[in-house]
Design a protein around this ligand. Structure first.
Ligand SMILES: [Zn+2]
Length: 76
């Protein structure tokens, strides 16, 4: 049975190549590497501008001069 290596397009033969349908072990490993790198890209976290704005808005600024008995009251 003849086929073509999906990596380098070289003609391969199931009766000759142990790594069929790849022409060599190197091409077989490269194919696995392609899958691994795709997986990595998909799982990479994505930060939107909205996320950044929300993070800045939640920054807490401590007012050391505020009344210690009511630390949440900023009107005083
Ligand atoms: Zn190949």
């Amino acid at each position: 049975m003849k086929h073509r290596c999906p990596i380098c397009k070289a003609e391969t033969d199931s009766a000759v190549h142990a790594d069929f349908p790849f022409c060599s072990e190197r091409c077989r490993e490269r194919d696995l590497g392609n899958w691994a790198s795709e997986k990595y890209v998909v799982s990479e976290p994505v930060f939107t501008e909205e996320d950044n704005a929300e993070r800045e808005g939640s920054t807490v600024v401590l007012n050391l001069d505020s009344d210690l008995e009511s630390p949440n009251d900023t009107k005083n």
